[in-house]
Write a protein that binds this ligand. Structure first.
Ligand code: C6P
Length: 399
């Protein structure tokens, strides 16, 4: 599907055609995104929101048009709710720091899940150290489904926020975040969705989910690195203090006192990545032109096929077999070290990720130090799965 749009997929590694199956880490970029970056620097480049000159206005228009594209993509109510950041990690750190300052006190509780990425754990530990909050963790079953009964029991009047990935970057589990947000709201808590691994794979609508925050990275959805999104409900963002101080985010500065810009600029200190935002907008256009339903169907078929074929290998063990999982397949074979699997597959032209996947608590829950992980995107093919499985068979025979 649309493979020819991605120039890097034509290249070889070690004199073999590249089979790129590390899409959960980052996706490859279509030519239109690469062109958007180059065109910005060749024809438009100027700082935004500052100049009255032609180029500055043009760059500002493109930057703000990209914000509108993001708003439309996640169906936010207003562009005031769309803050550009450097990525999911920065979005989560921003929310943790600012939400805590506005709303959290010693003894308050924040609920996370056992399958969170480190970037949705460590910022909350910083908050715990600073404010004395309590972190609670939703467990899961062996297939990788969150234990919703346990979740209900964790919610109480001290719960101020629940943070949950919509899709696990390791297990591929699609968590029922809409229902979880409803339960959180019933308990008087807010709900944050880490959508880093969901937005590239299916339609996400913040108003339908009724989440209070949602975050994702541009580079995982065929956009550039260094740009990300923080969605927050306007009324909530209004009550939260700025994260960083500097240019762009102020209304008036004196040595005695500073007032801040309106949303979303209050949270965007310094020169923003207007090249990145524009290219992200182009990436979102691209994804929508292919069609998220089509992408989801293609990836589901690839995942089913891959798991079926991989099961043929003796000693294959999957991590994450939840119903309706996305195109992330984490596995180990016998007691072969995942790093060995990854290194040898690489020599055969197949790129996968190995290790703890920035989810060490989840590794501990699964009783392993690390896993191998293949993850598929819209441009992967059944032939590539065959190449991968054949390479895996060859590698496993070496042990
Ligand atoms: N997961 C992976 O290989 P950044 O690095 O800020 O773009 O995204 C962080 C992040 C947050 N949440 C989830 C669910 C994620 O999957 C990631 C990034 C990559 O799984 C790199 S560690």
């Amino acid at each position: 599907m649309n493979r020819q749009d991605f120039p890097i997929l034509q290249r070889e590694v070690y004199h073999r055609p590249l089979v790129y199956l590390d899409n959960a880490a980052t996706t490859q970029k279509p030519q239109c995104v690469i062109d958007a970056i180059s065109e910005m620097y060749c024809h438009v480049n100027a700082n935004v929101h500052r100049g009255i000159h032609f180029l500055s206005q043009r760059a500002t228009d493109l930057h703000e048009a990209a914000r509108e594209k993001v708003r439309n993509f996640i169906h936010a109510h207003s562009t005031a709710e769309v803050v550009f950041t450097r990525g999911t990690t920065e979005s989560l750190n921003l929310i943790a720091a600012s939400f805590a300052q506005a709303f959290l006190h010693a003894g308050d509780e924040v609920i996370l899940t056992v399958m969170e990425h480190h970037s949705n754990i460590v910022p909350w530990q910083f908050v715990r150290e600073r404010y004395g909050i309590v972190i609670r963790v939703v467990p899961m079953d062996n297939a990788g489904n969150l234990d919703l009964d346990a979740y209900r029991q964790l919610l109480n009047e001290r719960t101020k926020l629940v943070c949950c990935c919509q899709v696990s970057n390791v297990l591929g589990t699609v968590n029922p975040v809409k229902e979880m947000a409803r339960l959180a709201h019933e308990a008087g808590a807010r709900f944050l969705v880490d959508a880093a691994q969901s937005v590239p794979h299916f339609k996400v609508d913040v108003q339908d989910l009724d989440c209070d925050f949602l975050v994702f990275s541009g580079h995982k959805i065929y956009g550039p690195t260094g740009i990300g999104v923080l969605y927050g409900k306007e009324a909530l963002l209004e009550q939260m203090p700025p994260y960083q101080g500097g240019g762009e985010m102020i209304s008036r500065v004196t040595f005695e006192h500073t007032t801040f810009e309106r949303l979303p600029y209050k949270f965007e200190a310094g020169t923003p990545d207007y090249v990145g935002s524009h290219a992200l907008g182009v990436a979102l256009d691209y994804v929508q032109s292919v069609g998220l339903n089509q992408i989801a169907a293609h990836e589901a078929a690839l995942t089913r096929y891959a798991m079926e074929r991989m099961r043929e290998i003796e000693g294959m063990h999957f991590f994450g077999e939840a119903e309706g999982k996305t195109s992330v397949v984490a596995f180990n074979v016998g007691n072969i070290h995942p790093m060995d699997l990854g290194t040898l597959l690489d020599r055969l032209g197949v790129a996968i990720r190995t290790g703890h996947h920035c989810a060490q608590p989840l590794m501990a829950r699964c009783g392993v130090e690390g896993m191998a992980r293949a993850s598929f995107a819209l441009y992967n093919t059944q032939e590539e799965i065959d190449t991968f499985v054949a390479a895996l068979q060859r590698v496993v025979k070496m042990f």
